[in-house]
Design a protein around this ligand. Structure first.
Ligand SMILES: Nc1ncnc2c1ncn2[C@@H]1O[C@H](COP(=O)(O)OP(=O)(O)OP(=O)(O)O)[C@@H](O)[C@H]1O
Ligand SMILES: [Mg+2]
Length: 459
């Protein structure tokens, strides 16, 4: 593999220095930035393979740096660094496009492990991307897992609506509940399936750009309009337009969208002629549109035009009985993708998965499973392979500034994660004077998890 390039965006000098020191010896090329602005600049110049970005930065915040980098290169691999306990920030980061996150304080053992995993992924990435694309193109209701009564009913009506070719659909639900998946399934199970499915995320483009993307423009419509450009509504002719994050569009664009829905025609920017379009519109948002209407940020008439058929996807915590099914599904899926032979989830790990609250819904479960399947060395997923939020539910408190955070560096010949873990547990117990509460806090795990691990390691 070519020389790995890593960009670190952090305003703390010590962190930058440590990354440089630890990663240079590994032979990686390291770029350092003190601010988000500088980071984005460096990214555009060098196209690094991995970006580590801190959340708290002097200018633009880490959470906002992520989509900016993704807009430059959607394949950028981004690791979000956040204080332990800020689950919300981590969830938002993943939503904004981060691939991984790491809790501060961390050890360079963890960082190296993460990089190794990412490296392995980058190698198979092209293949996976192809596979994923093929998978995405083929998504039908067979790919939508869920047997809970609430969920099953939604799938059934969605199948019916798929066949009603022009009905506008509004998909509502928290992040990661499957809005994207439903939009694709509806398209693929409709007679429009052989025509385009075009999707646009309304929150990522500035207003003027969004309009020209959607409606297209005539040559000379504005300074940069050097040639005629067809908009997505025209490109999607005969197919489906998926307007993701519809809650973010501005009022002027809302008026134009309303006219598309009412007249089934569009006007390119800089033109007065109406072009008829045959499309189905599916819109999605995790925003409360009724509240946006009250705040005069969303037009009520547009809302009613969109919600001809409304689908409310429930958060995962409201259909927990589907968790075991989803787990099996993701095991199959990632065994396939990563060439692994995971059989099942250990009962103690399954219990953790069943109890967890899943603020990031099915996407979060999928990510947790993906990571666990990569990390797991046996054929049964153990609790240790799950991310720490799941291992240490809410009761743990944030640990900050426990002295030097960089405890380990993986030696060239490698090291067993279990050994490292055991050593850390012994150390925490010694340092806390064998006080289990203190020791578990030091490790950022719950007391139950600590007890479980002590038993496991025979301590
Ligand atoms: N019922 C399901 N069965 C299988 N996989 C699912 C299901 N629901 C969601 N997923 C998976 O979870 C991930 C997130 O789903 P999706 O992108 O559709 O969520 P979303 O509601 O569009 O989220 P956001 O609001 O953040 O855009 C996807 O990888 C999808 O494959
Ligand atoms: Mg989505």
């Amino acid at each position: 593999m070519k020389l790995l390039k890593i960009l670190v965006i952090d305003d703390e000098k010590l962190i930058r220095w440590s990354f440089e020191k630890h990663l240079n010896v590994k032979g990686y090329k390291v770029f350092l930035a003190e601010s988000g602005e500088e980071g984005i600049e460096l990214f555009e110049k060098h196209y690094p393979d991995i970006v580590f970005v801190d959340n708290r930065l002097p200018g633009i915040q880490g959470l906002d740096v992520i989509p900016k980098i993704k807009a430059i290169d959607e394949d950028a691999v981004i690791v979000f660094m956040t204080a332990y306990g800020s689950i919300d920030a981590a969830v938002t980061a993943m939503k904004n496009g981060a691939n991984e996150y790491i809790n501060k304080p961390f050890s360079f053992g963890e960082v190296n492990l993460l990089i190794e995993n990412i490296k392995n992924n980058i190698n198979i990435n092209t293949e996976i991307k192809l596979l994923r694309r093929q998978q995405r193109d083929k998504i039908t209701f067979d790919n939508i897992i869920g047997q809970a009564p609430v969920f099953k009913q939604i799938v059934q009506v969605s199948k019916k609506i798929a066949r009603s070719e022009t009905t506008t659909v509004l998909l509502l639900g928290e992040s990661g509940t499957g809005k994207d998946l439903f939009a694709r399934a509806i398209h693929n199970e409709s007679n429009r399936r052989d025509n385009p499915f075009v999707t646009i995320n309304c929150s990522t483009l500035p207003d003027t750009l969004l309009e020209s993307e959607l409606f297209g423009h005539e040559k000379g419509a504005f300074t940069d309009a050097k040639k005629l450009k067809k908009g997505l509504f025209e490109i999607a002719e005969g197919g489906t337009v998926f307007l993701d994050e519809i809650g973010e569009i501005n009022l002027a664009t809302q008026v134009k969208l309303l006219s598309v829905l009412e007249n089934r025609t569009i006007k390119r920017l800089g033109s007065t002629s109406e072009i008829p379009v045959d499309i189905r519109i599916i819109a999605a948002t995790n925003k409360d549109l009724v509240e946006s209407i009250q705040q005069k940020a969303f037009r009520e008439d547009l809302y009613y035009r969109l919600k001809v058929f409304q689908i409310d996807l429930p958060p995962l915590r409201e259909h927990r009985e589907d968790i075991p099914l989803l787990i099996d599904y993701f095991i199959l899926m990632f065994n396939n993708l990563f060439n692994k032979k995971i059989k099942e989830v250990d009962p103690s790990a399954e219990e953790l998965l069943l109890l967890y609250d899943w603020p990031g819904n099915i996407r979060e479960l999928r990510n947790v499973m993906e990571r666990a399947i990569i990390l797991e060395s046996s054929d049964i997923i153990q609790p240790e392979s799950l991310t720490c939020e799941i291992n240490a539910p809410a009761e743990t408190t944030m640990v900050a500034g426990l002295g030097d955070p960089y405890l380990f560096d993986i030696p060239e010949e490698g090291i067993s994660l279990e050994d490292v873990e055991k050593q850390l547990i012994v150390q925490a117990l010694q340092k806390s004077g064998y006080n289990q509460t203190k020791a578990s806090k030091m490790l950022g795990i719950s007391r139950d998890t600590l007890r479980y691990k002590k038993k496991k390691f025979g301590l």
